[in-house]
Design a protein around this ligand. Sequence first.
Ligand SMILES: Cc1ncc(COP(=O)(O)O)c(C=O)c1O
Length: 431
Amino acid sequence: MAGWKKIVRTICVIAALTVGFATGFEQQKRAGARYLAGARARIKVNAVDLPLFRAFPSLADKITRVKILDWPTKLKSLSRLEDALYEEQGLSAPERPRLWVKRDDVSDSLYGGNKARKLEFLIADAIESGATTLVTSGMYGSNHALATAAVARAFGFKSTLILGPQPVTPDVRRKLLTFRALGAEMRFHSGKVGMGIDIEKYAMLGAWPRLTGIYNIPPGGSNELSGLGYANAFFELVEQTGMDGLPERIVVPAGSLGTAAGLLVGSCLAGAWERVRIDAVQVADPMFTNEMALRAQAQDVYDFIRGKLSKADRAKLPKCDFGRSGRALKFTTAYYEPGYGAATPQVHDAIKLVKDVEYITVEITYSGKAMTYFLDEARRAIKERGTTPRTLFWLTYDSYDLEKVIETRQWSHPEMKWLDLPKDFWPLFKD
Ligand SMILES: Cc1ncc(COP(=O)(O)O)c(C=O)c1O
């Protein structure tokens, strides 16, 4: 008899937990739905006017986007920088400009940089999924986490950020305060294992957005869908330069790989395959950020796009060998050390040079390392051949005004704002 009682009690506890769990989510979902109703009225969901969709119109039947970025972003020559590089070697530039920058950091949008191009597709998908909370992950100073929290607020979603360890700098602290000011739920992790488990947990919950309210965005925001952002960006570049004016090389930082993978796919779809080399500069853990993973991600994006096309559009789709081509991709590992979020004196010098000469802001974790590679390659070419290949630096960093956002919150202790963060984060603010 005692055995039966135990079984009945266990069943009751499981049932109560299940109902509580489901209603909790149901309440969260209802609250979120109200929140979304207002925001959605302002949302423009369309895909048709993108250059990629003009080339493959049937994509617009299957894929939607919200507008975040004002494109085309500016394409600028780096003539002053070029002069400075020649002057370093006592030369003057024979023919310029041969160095350019694509300024994804400058747009009148809510949030620029490379995250905006990815989030345009992810947010549209999240809206369609019925979710109310965007969940994503990154290191304490993650630009992707920042972009997600900013965009979530603008589109009426709640946000949850799973945050893991990286070297703590003043910029990282400012980001953490900004996450709070943007209203994000912040989940602290001191180690990568615990962080990985948390990511998996939310990935599982994200499989049922209508039940859980959760839309899961992978680290760095890179997947097959968001890959369309930079595939389209390549078409945007072609519209600006024409096929004949395309650069020989495009330099980008490689973290979660979506930016470089998207550009590779874009160059294939635009028929520029192997005429433009994507120089991807590794800036994150080689376990995930490596050449094989980048080539595989490009293939996934390509297959995803192919799967969405009508028969007629599919017939005009160029075929490209993402697995092998050495002329379409160069993957550089030499600029990662001393590790994620830390930089050598050379990176600091590169950051200062482009700031002084071109008034461009790059940072140590991503764009500063890619810029160091860009400068090294230009210097080497000038020394060896007296000129540089026509090279484009794709600026993926948005120097978003963190202070302005931080000041929007009523902090309970304005002198020690960090006291408003979850307790686990407090040690990161002590010297
Ligand atoms: C400024 C900046 N550039 C480049 C990257 C890397 O892009 P991806 O993750 O698409 O490789 C990131 C990623 O967070 C970033 O914040």
